[in-house]
Design a binder for this molecule. Structure first.
Ligand code: NAD
Length: 260
Protein backbone atom coordinates (compact mmCIF):
# COMPACT_ATOMS: atom_id res chain seq x y z
CA UNK A 1 0.00 0.00 0.00
CA UNK A 2 1.29 3.46 -0.89
CA UNK A 3 1.18 6.21 1.69
CA UNK A 4 1.77 8.82 -1.03
CA UNK A 5 -0.55 11.81 -0.64
CA UNK A 6 -1.46 11.09 3.00
CA UNK A 7 -0.83 13.81 5.57
CA UNK A 8 1.06 13.42 8.84
CA UNK A 9 0.99 15.88 11.72
CA UNK A 10 4.05 15.32 13.89
CA UNK A 11 4.32 17.25 17.14
CA UNK A 12 7.85 18.25 18.17
CA UNK A 13 9.22 17.70 14.67
CA UNK A 14 11.75 20.54 14.60
CA UNK A 15 14.42 18.31 16.17
CA UNK A 16 15.59 14.77 16.91
CA UNK A 17 13.15 11.87 16.53
CA UNK A 18 10.23 13.98 15.30
CA UNK A 19 12.30 15.57 12.54
CA UNK A 20 13.65 12.13 11.57
CA UNK A 21 10.09 10.78 11.30
CA UNK A 22 9.10 13.80 9.17
CA UNK A 23 12.04 13.13 6.81
CA UNK A 24 11.29 9.39 6.64
CA UNK A 25 7.60 10.05 5.96
CA UNK A 26 8.36 12.69 3.30
CA UNK A 27 10.56 10.12 1.52
CA UNK A 28 7.37 8.04 1.14
CA UNK A 29 5.40 10.97 -0.33
CA UNK A 30 3.55 11.87 2.87
CA UNK A 31 2.69 15.57 3.33
CA UNK A 32 3.94 16.96 6.62
CA UNK A 33 2.63 19.34 9.28
CA UNK A 34 5.70 20.29 11.29
CA UNK A 35 5.48 21.55 14.87
CA UNK A 36 7.90 22.45 17.62
CA UNK A 37 10.13 25.20 18.89
CA UNK A 38 13.47 26.46 17.61
CA UNK A 39 15.25 28.97 15.44
CA UNK A 40 12.86 30.35 12.78
CA UNK A 41 15.40 30.18 9.92
CA UNK A 42 16.45 26.62 10.81
CA UNK A 43 12.81 25.50 10.95
CA UNK A 44 12.13 27.11 7.57
CA UNK A 45 15.22 25.40 6.10
CA UNK A 46 14.02 22.00 7.41
CA UNK A 47 10.51 22.67 6.04
CA UNK A 48 11.95 23.51 2.60
CA UNK A 49 14.16 20.38 2.72
CA UNK A 50 11.00 18.30 3.26
CA UNK A 51 9.37 19.97 0.24
CA UNK A 52 12.49 19.21 -1.81
CA UNK A 53 11.47 15.56 -1.39
CA UNK A 54 8.34 16.36 -3.46
CA UNK A 55 5.70 16.74 -0.75
CA UNK A 56 3.87 19.70 0.79
CA UNK A 57 5.08 20.72 4.24
CA UNK A 58 3.64 23.39 6.49
CA UNK A 59 4.68 24.54 9.96
CA UNK A 60 2.52 25.46 12.95
CA UNK A 61 4.17 26.64 16.16
CA UNK A 62 1.46 25.44 18.57
CA UNK A 63 2.66 25.15 22.15
CA UNK A 64 1.69 21.66 23.35
CA UNK A 65 0.71 23.06 26.75
CA UNK A 66 -2.03 25.17 25.10
CA UNK A 67 -5.17 23.27 23.98
CA UNK A 68 -6.54 26.18 21.91
CA UNK A 69 -3.27 26.36 19.91
CA UNK A 70 -3.41 22.58 19.39
CA UNK A 71 -6.96 22.83 18.04
CA UNK A 72 -5.86 25.67 15.75
CA UNK A 73 -2.99 23.52 14.40
CA UNK A 74 -5.28 20.58 13.62
CA UNK A 75 -7.80 22.95 11.99
CA UNK A 76 -5.02 24.39 9.78
CA UNK A 77 -3.89 20.88 8.79
CA UNK A 78 -7.44 19.89 7.87
CA UNK A 79 -7.96 23.11 5.90
CA UNK A 80 -4.72 22.57 3.94
CA UNK A 81 -4.86 18.82 3.42
CA UNK A 82 -8.42 17.63 4.18
CA UNK A 83 -7.53 15.45 7.16
CA UNK A 84 -4.75 14.51 9.52
CA UNK A 85 -4.36 10.93 8.28
CA UNK A 86 -1.39 10.17 10.51
CA UNK A 87 -0.95 11.77 13.92
CA UNK A 88 2.39 11.37 15.69
CA UNK A 89 2.39 12.63 19.27
CA UNK A 90 6.10 13.10 19.76
CA UNK A 91 6.81 16.40 21.54
CA UNK A 92 8.49 15.90 24.88
CA UNK A 93 10.74 17.41 27.51
CA UNK A 94 12.54 15.99 30.54
CA UNK A 95 13.41 17.18 34.03
CA UNK A 96 15.54 15.14 36.42
CA UNK A 97 15.25 15.94 40.13
CA UNK A 98 14.30 14.28 43.46
CA UNK A 99 10.54 14.41 44.04
CA UNK A 100 10.71 16.64 47.12
CA UNK A 101 12.48 19.33 45.07
CA UNK A 102 10.61 18.73 41.81
CA UNK A 103 9.26 22.12 40.62
CA UNK A 104 5.45 22.08 40.31
CA UNK A 105 5.61 24.03 37.04
CA UNK A 106 7.91 21.33 35.56
CA UNK A 107 5.42 18.62 36.61
CA UNK A 108 2.60 20.56 34.89
CA UNK A 109 4.68 21.23 31.76
CA UNK A 110 5.83 17.61 31.33
CA UNK A 111 2.34 16.17 31.93
CA UNK A 112 0.93 18.81 29.57
CA UNK A 113 3.42 18.35 26.72
CA UNK A 114 3.68 14.54 26.83
CA UNK A 115 0.24 13.37 27.99
CA UNK A 116 -2.49 16.03 27.78
CA UNK A 117 -1.35 17.27 24.35
CA UNK A 118 -1.83 13.74 22.94
CA UNK A 119 -5.40 13.77 24.26
CA UNK A 120 -6.07 17.17 22.65
CA UNK A 121 -4.50 16.32 19.25
CA UNK A 122 -6.32 12.98 19.16
CA UNK A 123 -9.65 14.50 20.13
CA UNK A 124 -9.31 17.16 17.43
CA UNK A 125 -8.08 14.80 14.66
CA UNK A 126 -10.23 11.73 15.05
CA UNK A 127 -13.37 13.16 13.34
CA UNK A 128 -11.35 13.86 10.18
CA UNK A 129 -9.83 10.36 10.24
CA UNK A 130 -13.29 8.79 10.59
CA UNK A 131 -14.56 10.87 7.67
CA UNK A 132 -11.54 9.85 5.57
CA UNK A 133 -12.12 6.20 6.56
CA UNK A 134 -8.48 5.63 7.55
CA UNK A 135 -6.12 6.80 10.24
CA UNK A 136 -3.00 6.07 12.23
CA UNK A 137 -2.14 7.49 15.66
CA UNK A 138 1.40 6.92 16.94
CA UNK A 139 2.37 7.99 20.43
CA UNK A 140 6.09 8.42 21.11
CA UNK A 141 6.40 6.75 24.46
CA UNK A 142 9.61 5.41 26.02
CA UNK A 143 11.09 2.52 27.95
CA UNK A 144 10.05 4.83 30.78
CA UNK A 145 6.43 4.06 29.83
CA UNK A 146 7.12 0.52 31.06
CA UNK A 147 9.70 0.87 33.83
CA UNK A 148 10.82 3.68 36.11
CA UNK A 149 14.09 5.41 36.92
CA UNK A 150 14.49 7.54 40.03
CA UNK A 151 14.27 11.35 39.78
CA UNK A 152 12.09 11.31 36.67
CA UNK A 153 8.68 11.50 38.44
CA UNK A 154 6.85 13.57 35.85
CA UNK A 155 8.38 11.95 32.74
CA UNK A 156 7.79 8.37 33.93
CA UNK A 157 4.23 9.22 35.05
CA UNK A 158 3.42 10.97 31.77
CA UNK A 159 4.84 8.13 29.63
CA UNK A 160 2.95 5.47 31.66
CA UNK A 161 -0.19 7.58 31.18
CA UNK A 162 0.48 7.83 27.45
CA UNK A 163 0.35 4.02 27.22
CA UNK A 164 -3.06 4.10 28.96
CA UNK A 165 -4.28 6.65 26.41
CA UNK A 166 -2.89 4.49 23.59
CA UNK A 167 -4.81 1.40 24.76
CA UNK A 168 -8.06 3.30 25.30
CA UNK A 169 -8.05 5.08 21.94
CA UNK A 170 -7.03 1.83 20.23
CA UNK A 171 -10.25 0.24 21.47
CA UNK A 172 -12.46 3.24 20.71
CA UNK A 173 -11.46 3.42 17.04
CA UNK A 174 -10.89 -0.30 16.44
CA UNK A 175 -13.74 -0.65 13.94
CA UNK A 176 -13.02 2.57 12.06
CA UNK A 177 -9.90 1.52 10.13
CA UNK A 178 -7.87 3.63 12.56
CA UNK A 179 -5.10 2.23 14.76
CA UNK A 180 -3.46 3.76 17.81
CA UNK A 181 -0.11 2.48 19.02
CA UNK A 182 2.94 3.58 20.95
CA UNK A 183 6.65 3.24 20.27
CA UNK A 184 8.83 2.74 23.37
CA UNK A 185 12.45 3.58 22.58
CA UNK A 186 15.37 3.21 24.92
CA UNK A 187 18.20 5.74 24.51
CA UNK A 188 18.04 7.30 21.06
CA UNK A 189 21.04 9.03 19.57
CA UNK A 190 19.58 12.52 19.13
CA UNK A 191 21.71 15.69 19.00
CA UNK A 192 20.57 16.28 22.57
CA UNK A 193 22.25 13.05 23.74
CA UNK A 194 25.28 13.44 21.48
CA UNK A 195 26.08 16.84 22.94
CA UNK A 196 26.21 15.45 26.49
CA UNK A 197 28.93 12.87 25.88
CA UNK A 198 32.07 15.05 25.83
CA UNK A 199 30.92 17.15 28.81
CA UNK A 200 30.04 14.09 30.90
CA UNK A 201 33.42 12.50 30.10
CA UNK A 202 35.18 15.66 31.28
CA UNK A 203 33.04 16.02 34.41
CA UNK A 204 33.53 12.39 35.48
CA UNK A 205 37.15 12.06 34.31
CA UNK A 206 36.37 9.02 32.15
CA UNK A 207 36.60 8.33 28.42
CA UNK A 208 33.75 9.10 26.01
CA UNK A 209 33.44 5.35 25.38
CA UNK A 210 32.98 4.75 29.14
CA UNK A 211 30.31 7.45 29.25
CA UNK A 212 28.40 5.73 26.46
CA UNK A 213 28.71 2.17 27.88
CA UNK A 214 28.59 2.73 31.64
CA UNK A 215 26.51 5.86 32.03
CA UNK A 216 24.16 6.43 29.11
CA UNK A 217 23.75 2.82 28.02
CA UNK A 218 23.99 1.22 31.47
CA UNK A 219 20.55 -0.38 31.00
CA UNK A 220 20.76 -0.96 27.25
CA UNK A 221 22.06 -4.51 26.76
CA UNK A 222 23.06 -4.06 23.13
CA UNK A 223 25.36 -1.20 24.25
CA UNK A 224 24.18 0.58 21.15
CA UNK A 225 21.97 3.62 20.86
CA UNK A 226 18.69 3.23 19.06
CA UNK A 227 18.93 5.38 15.92
CA UNK A 228 16.44 8.00 14.80
CA UNK A 229 16.10 6.09 11.51
CA UNK A 230 15.13 2.89 13.38
CA UNK A 231 12.35 4.72 15.24
CA UNK A 232 11.18 6.38 11.99
CA UNK A 233 11.13 2.95 10.31
CA UNK A 234 8.89 1.55 13.06
CA UNK A 235 6.55 4.54 12.68
CA UNK A 236 6.31 3.83 8.93
CA UNK A 237 5.66 0.15 9.62
CA UNK A 238 2.77 1.12 11.93
CA UNK A 239 1.27 3.08 9.01
CA UNK A 240 1.48 0.09 6.66
CA UNK A 241 -1.26 -2.40 5.78
CA UNK A 242 0.76 -5.13 7.48
CA UNK A 243 0.18 -3.31 10.77
CA UNK A 244 -3.57 -2.76 10.25
CA UNK A 245 -4.45 -5.24 13.00
CA UNK A 246 -1.90 -3.93 15.48
CA UNK A 247 -3.70 -1.53 17.80
CA UNK A 248 -3.82 -0.44 21.42
CA UNK A 249 -0.31 -1.71 22.06
CA UNK A 250 3.33 -0.70 21.98
CA UNK A 251 6.46 -1.64 20.07
CA UNK A 252 9.53 -1.66 22.28
CA UNK A 253 12.89 -0.72 20.76
CA UNK A 254 15.16 -0.52 23.78
CA UNK A 255 18.17 -2.80 23.17
CA UNK A 256 16.86 -5.25 25.79
CA UNK A 257 16.48 -2.70 28.62
CA UNK A 258 13.00 -3.79 29.79
CA UNK A 259 13.67 -7.52 29.29
CA UNK A 260 16.04 -7.63 32.25
P1 NAD B 1 14.30 16.68 21.14
O1 NAD B 1 14.53 17.60 22.28
O2 NAD B 1 15.34 16.56 20.07
O3 NAD B 1 12.88 17.04 20.44
C1 NAD B 1 11.75 17.43 21.19
C2 NAD B 1 10.79 18.21 20.30
O4 NAD B 1 9.66 18.62 21.10
C3 NAD B 1 11.41 19.48 19.72
O5 NAD B 1 10.97 19.66 18.40
C4 NAD B 1 10.85 20.58 20.63
O6 NAD B 1 10.78 21.87 20.02
C5 NAD B 1 9.44 20.02 20.88
N1 NAD B 1 8.78 20.63 22.03
C6 NAD B 1 9.23 20.76 23.30
N2 NAD B 1 8.32 21.43 24.05
C7 NAD B 1 7.28 21.71 23.21
C8 NAD B 1 6.03 22.38 23.39
N3 NAD B 1 5.64 22.93 24.57
N4 NAD B 1 5.21 22.51 22.31
C9 NAD B 1 5.58 22.02 21.10
N5 NAD B 1 6.74 21.37 20.89
C10 NAD B 1 7.56 21.23 21.93
O7 NAD B 1 14.03 15.26 21.80
P2 NAD B 1 13.91 13.79 21.17
O8 NAD B 1 14.99 13.01 21.80
O9 NAD B 1 13.81 13.82 19.69
O10 NAD B 1 12.52 13.34 21.80
C11 NAD B 1 11.29 13.24 21.05
C12 NAD B 1 10.33 12.31 21.80
O11 NAD B 1 10.93 11.03 21.93
C13 NAD B 1 10.00 12.79 23.22
O12 NAD B 1 8.63 12.54 23.49
C14 NAD B 1 10.88 11.92 24.09
O13 NAD B 1 10.33 11.72 25.38
C15 NAD B 1 10.86 10.61 23.29
N6 NAD B 1 11.99 9.74 23.60
C16 NAD B 1 13.29 10.14 23.43
C17 NAD B 1 14.33 9.28 23.75
C18 NAD B 1 15.80 9.66 23.57
O14 NAD B 1 16.67 8.96 24.09
N7 NAD B 1 16.14 10.71 22.86
C19 NAD B 1 14.04 8.01 24.26
C20 NAD B 1 12.71 7.62 24.44
C21 NAD B 1 11.68 8.51 24.09
Amino acid sequence: MSLKGKTALITGSTSGIGLGIAQGFADQGINIVMNGFGDKDKIEAERKALEDKGVSAIYHGADMTKPEEIRDMVALAEKEFGAVDILVNNAGIQHVCPVEDFPEEKWDAILGIILSSAFHTTKASIGGMRKAGWGRIINMCSAHGLVASPYKTAYVSAKHGLLGLTKTIGLEVAQDNITCNAICPGYVFTPLVENQIADTAKARGISEEEVVNNVLLAAQWTKKFVTIEQVAGIALFLCSDTAANITGTDIVVDGGWTAA
